[in-house]
Design a protein around this ligand. Structure first.
Ligand SMILES: Nc1ncnc2c1ncn2[C@@H]1O[C@H](COP(=O)(O)OP(=O)(O)OP(=O)(O)O)[C@@H](O)[C@H]1O
Length: 706
């Protein structure tokens, strides 16, 4: 069954009564032996599940059956959100994905034209709105006049949300605005649904990323106005320093081999004390529960403290965020940073970019934690939220700006951020930030007026994967004497994740998924699928199976995304169906399982996805459905990743890998210590990918992430 078939199923009007028909599994699905042995949930257990079911309903898959008044209004605004029930209908698939306006989005020139012309999207939006309302000042006590009146938007109904598990009271019942709705279905007719096979094809061809100014997010003249203001994170110290426990394998990090290449690398440190950080930072580190450095921290912290540029590759969940935040903060404290204060143009000392909204928010929370009690102010801005809100956060003072690329460029275009003071530029998930999706935007960032040249700033790149060709691109951003830190199986999977590959044909996947999830019970599980539509479909399907599920993907409104993540984090919905938008960086406590319902198109993406479990010394399990009809290209790199991580390699997979041998793939099945190496050493033979990420279809094709 191809994607078209999925679509056909999804748009069936009587979705709520749809009963999936399973075809008998054409493949043996137990090649590796499915060792789940927990008692399947009894039907009574399932039926006690009004609450489970309700979670799900509240989280966005409810039919319109009990849509509250306000939300009914909201949905009306969004055009034609049906009340007839069934998620497929409620989500406006009809409007968005499958209607005749599928390719109506014509103007591809948007973002840069808008940016360069200073034709800021929201300003133009507001002038069209006829100057409605004036800036009333910021929430949280920041009251200023009305210089920003153009940023005023209707902040009314969407202020609350559920990012950190807190749900507003109104969430009970379906009157929470949380029904599945398309942000693009608000009547413009232009869609705004961004993704492969959907409306994003623009004049110049494929639109890999899409900034607010292009109409994707904020105040575009034709698109829906983004009014969402994320709820402020909790301010109390306990919440700021809340953390989960390191796992039983944390100490095993010490045995991982590390290689540093480049000249004159400073020696690694072994303890936090050796870093000689100021007392406040040390207090914060202790409050965060960090007692021992992870390998990437041991090597990266002294390198950054020495002022060197760095490209660091270390396994998922091994503490890369603190590895760059702590030395940057230490420098800022040492340099005696002046307290941030209100200014129309803020000039941060540090800019951190990451590819997804949820990830950048997480990095911001880490920055806020480690800078607690200092005068350093961190700010986060990302797409899908009201632009005026981002601006209000910034003008209050900004030393560390955490941003997704699209929102960052919009804000720079609005002259709210000056780049002259930038001393640190951090690209988290750097390979993703430099690939064909975000690479052009990053290049524009470093050539923006005022941005110090690479000689004048410190540039730091972190990821668990770093394909060679992307490393070469990175040279443009880094000083030539940058250092390269490779921790263990770079580009390899974390060994704390037990990987299982099952041969499952397309027609049998759902049945297998349900079987596995029933065995898993309430343990937190992320299920990755390849497309946004399939994410909705599978989530709905699981709901019908009475498995409490929510979903996250690039077509959900930001409020819905945050709600979904919040429900997953707090355990309310123990199953999160996700596209690759959630593959990187997300650090969620107690994710015990990752299931690749669909394998991703690249092995690097596989490594990131399974890295959502088995973090920080904890163990986790990853099960992947391998469909020989579509996944054979991954057989070879999968064999390598499995064997490098000392996992069992199924014989059938080895056979497929052998029969689909790709000349030029030189990674041997076993034995390479570093899966990715510093390309300055010459041609690497150690890259894990059967074909490179930048050649492969990129997951961003299906997503607009920032
Ligand atoms: N030294 C430490 N001691 C205890 N916990 C730590 C330490 N360093 C990091 N952690 C915790 O480990 C978890 C994973 O860290 P982090 O998210 O920075 O990993 P990462 O390497 O960036 O992962 P990914 O590649 O998935 O982005 C976080 O919860 C973080 O607070």
């Amino acid at each position: 069954m191809g994607d078209e078939d999925w679509e056909a199923e999804i748009i069936k009007p009587h979705m709520s009564s749809y009963v999936p028909v399973f075809e008998k599994d054409r493949y043996s699905s137990g090649a590796n032996g499915d060792t789940f042995n927990r008692t399947p949930a009894s039907s009574s257990e399932m039926d006690d599940g009004p609450s489970r079911r309700n979670h799900f309903m509240r989280s966005g898959f409810a039919s319109g059956r009990s849509m509250g008044n306000r939300d009914a209004g909201e949905s009306n605004k969004r055009e034609n959100t049906s009340t007839m029930g069934g998620f497929g209908v409620g989500k406006s698939f009809g409007n968005r994905g499958f209607s005749n306006n599928k390719f109506e989005e014509g103007d591809s020139s948007g973002f840069w034209r808008g940016y360069q012309d200073g034709n800021d999207s929201e300003a133009s939006g507001s002038s069209r709105r006829g100057g409605r309302g004036s800036f009333r000042g910021c929430r949280g006590g920041f009251g200023l006049g009305s210089p920003n009146s153009e940023y005023e938007q209707d902040e009314g109904t969407q202020r609350t949300g559920g990012l950190f598990g807190s749900r507003r009271p109104a969430l009970s019942g379906a009157g929470n605005g949380d029904t599945y709705q398309s942000r693009s279905g608000s009547g413009s007719g232009r869609g705004g649904y961004k993704g492969l096979n959907e409306e994003v094809v623009t004049g110049s061809g494929k639109n890999y990323w899409k900034s607010e100014a292009e109409g994707g997010e904020s105040g575009d003249t034709q698109g829906p106005k983004v009014t969402y203001i994320p709820p402020p994170p909790p301010e109390d110290e306990d919440s700021i320093f809340a953390h989960y426990q390191t796992g039983i394998n944390f100490d095993k990090y010490d045995t991982i081999l590390v290689e540093v290449s480049g000249h004159d690398a400073p020696p690694a440190i072994l303890t936090f004390e050796e870093a000689n950080l100021c007392q406040t930072l040390n207090n914060n580190i202790a409050k965060a529960g960090y007692t021992k450095l992870t390998p990437v921290q041991k090597y990266s912290i002294p390198i950054i403290l020495a002022g060197r540029d760095l490209m660091a590759c270390a396994q998922t969940g091994s503490g890369k965020t603190a590895a760059f935040l702590l030395p940057i903060l230490a420098h800022m404290m040492r340099d005696g940073i002046t307290a941030s204060r209100f200014k129309e143009l803020q000039e941060p000392e540090c800019i951190i970019v990451a590819p997804t909204r949820e990830l950048i928010n997480q990095i911001y929370l880490e920055a806020r934690k480690f800078s607690f009690g200092t005068c350093v102010r961190a700010v986060v801005i990302y797409g899908g939220t009201q632009l005026g809100h981002s601006i209000r956060q910034i003008v209050q003072g900004c030393n560390i700006l955490c941003a997704t690329p699209g929102r960052l460029m919009d804000i720079i275009g609005k002259e709210k951020i000056g780049l002259r003071q930038v001393k640190y530029l951090v690209l988290d998930e750097a390979d993703r930030m430099l690939d064909m999706g975000f690479g052009p935007e990053m290049k524009k960032l470093i050539s923006c007026p005022g941005m110090p040249s690479k000689e004048q700033r410190q540039t730091l790149m972190f990821s668990a994967t770093f394909p060679e060709e992307i490393q070469r691109l990175a040279g443009e951003f880094l000083k030539s004497n940058y250092l390269f830190v490779a921790v263990g199986q770079v580009g390899g999977a974390c060994r704390d994740v037990q990987q299982t590959i099952l041969q499952v044909g397309q027609y049998s996947k759902r049945e297998k998924l349900v079987e596995i999830l029933r065995n898993i019970g309430d343990e937190r599980t992320m299920v990755f699928v390849e497309t946004k539509k399939k994410a909705d479909f599978i989530a709905t399907f699981l709901c019908q199976e009475k498995i409490s599920t929510t979903s996250i993907h690039g077509d959900r409104e930001q409020r819905e995304r945050e709600q979904a993540l919040g429900d997953f984090r707090c355990g309310k919905c123990p199953v999160l169906v996700a596209t690759s938008v959630a593959a990187r960086g997300l650090d969620i406590e107690n994710v015990q399982h990752v299931i690749n319902f669909d394998l991703p198109s690249t092995i690097d993406e596989y490594v990131h996805r399974i890295g959502r479990t088995g973090r920080c010394g904890n163990t986790g399990r990853a099960i992947s459905f391998f469909d020989p009809e579509s996944d054979n290209h991954l057989a070879q790199p999968l064999v390598k990743v499995l064997s490098d991580a000392q996992q069992d390699v199924p014989a059938w997979l080895e056979e497929i890998a052998f029969s689909t041998y790709v000349p030029g793939f030189s990674g041997s099945a076993r034995g390479n210590v570093f899966a990715s190496v510093d390309t300055r050493k010459g041609k690497s033979t150690l890259n894990t990918a059967g074909f490179s990420s930048s050649q492969a279809p990129n997951p961003v094709d299906d997503e607009s992430w920032d």
